[in-house]
Design a protein around this ligand. Structure first.
Ligand code: EPU
Length: 335
């Protein structure tokens, strides 16, 4: 049975820890309960609240997804296929899989948020993205209540992108996802970032899934603030992709600029570098600021208002635009 509350603070339900009030909140324990919600195609659906910036109180109904269940649907000696309810916590799922020796999610350890939100923005970290293991997304059409299955290809995944942020935006409730993981001959990816160094420091030469996961957890904890202590939504902006011709021009004035080639014509520039280079890193403005250890993360020092964080984000965007002629796109959904 779904539970209803009125005039509820959402502070506990967003990792930024922003205090806004929702007139109507429905806690959903099974997707079928959606049928009882009026105007459900006009509701705000909240998973872990880890990618949202609330700037105002909400008049529309907020649905807090608490659906649960991890099911094994197929298995052979090499692979296992799982179906997972969208309200499950992402990191708990990762740990559940590692505990059973299922490989594929370890590089995505400790990403805050829910399973249902993961395909929306194609979550990724340390060289892995959910699109690499996802077999399908099951979604409920919010108008007709029909179940629709999107194959991996139909999800149109890109860098922090999917059809659910574009053409299908607001039309569906993601009810479950399917993933396919390895049971042996795991394809460990330790080449990204500091994972290799971290394993070396621990004298680990033949890492297990748990070793890789622990390395990722340690690296994340060393840079990213724990939302339970300092409110935040992870990377606030996407890393911008620019033309190599643009990059070549920038290198004349800013020879130290960092970039990663994507193809012949495009390169990714770390937004964290751009923001740090303009002096924002570690700067506190009122109740908000750019994190001292990772400039791309905006934080709530206590009683920040969403609007304050938004204003800071706009200022950062402006300064990056003025100096580098690069537009920083927000990764976080502003509500
Ligand atoms: N950098 C700086 N200063 C900073 C931060 C970063 O100069 O303050 C530069 C450094 O050159 C560093 C590079 O940026 O080598 C990359 O930094 P980092 O490895 O910390 O990763 P990121 O590009 O800032 C992305 C994802 C993260 C993900 C990490 C690791 C995006 C928007 N963010 O961050 O995802 O955990 O890579 O794979 O793509 C998230 O999406 O919320 C998130 C945390």
């Amino acid at each position: 049975m779904s539970q209803h509350k009125t005039n509820l603070s959402l502070k506990k339900y967003n990792t930024f820890g922003l205090e806004v009030y929702a007139q109507n909140v429905v806690f959903l324990s099974q997707w079928q309960e959606l049928a009882d919600i009026e105007n459900r195609d006009n509701c705000l659906i909240l998973g872990g609240g880890s990618n949202v910036l609330f700037t105002q109180d909400l008049e529309q109904t907020v649905i807090i997804n608490q659906t649960k269940g991890i099911y094994t649907v197929a298995e052979d000696q090499d692979h296992v296929e799982l179906a997972i309810a969208s309200g499950e916590n992402w990191h708990q799922l990762v740990l559940w899989c590692i505990h059973r020796g299922y490989g594929g999610l370890e590089n995505m350890s400790l990403i805050p948020g829910s399973v249902g939100a993961a395909p929306m923005q194609n979550i990724g970290a340390y060289g892995a993205e959910i699109k690499d293991v996802l077999t399908y997304v099951e979604a409920i059409d919010l108008v007709s209540m029909n179940e629709v299955r999107f194959t991996n290809e139909e999800c149109k995944f890109g860098y922090r992108e999917s059809i659910f942020k574009k053409q299908a935006k607001g039309k569906y409730f993601i009810s479950s996802i399917g993933i396919k993981l390895t049971k042996r001959n795991h394809q460990l990816n330790t080449s990204y970032g500091d994972i290799e160094n971290h394993l070396k420091e621990q004298n680990i030469t033949a890492p297990t899934l748990a070793d890789v996961s622990n390395a990722v957890i340690a690296i994340r904890q060393s840079k990213l603030p724990d939302p339970a202590i300092l409110g935040n939504s992870g990377s606030f902006f996407k890393n911008p992709i620019i033309a190599t011709t643009h990059l070549a021009k920038l290198k004349i004035d800013f020879p130290e600029i960092k970039s990663y080639p994507l193809n012949e014509h495009q390169a990714k520039v770390p937004a964290g570098w751009l923001i740090e280079s303009l002096g924002w890193k570690g700067k506190q403005i009122g109740n908000t600021g750019s994190h001292a250890k990772q400039a791309l993360v905006l934080v709530n020092y206590g009683n920040a208002k969403g609007q304050e964080v938004y204003n800071l984000a706009k200022e950062i965007q402006k300064s990056v635009q003025n100096t580098y002629a690069i537009h920083l796109e927000m990764e976080v959904n502003v509500v």
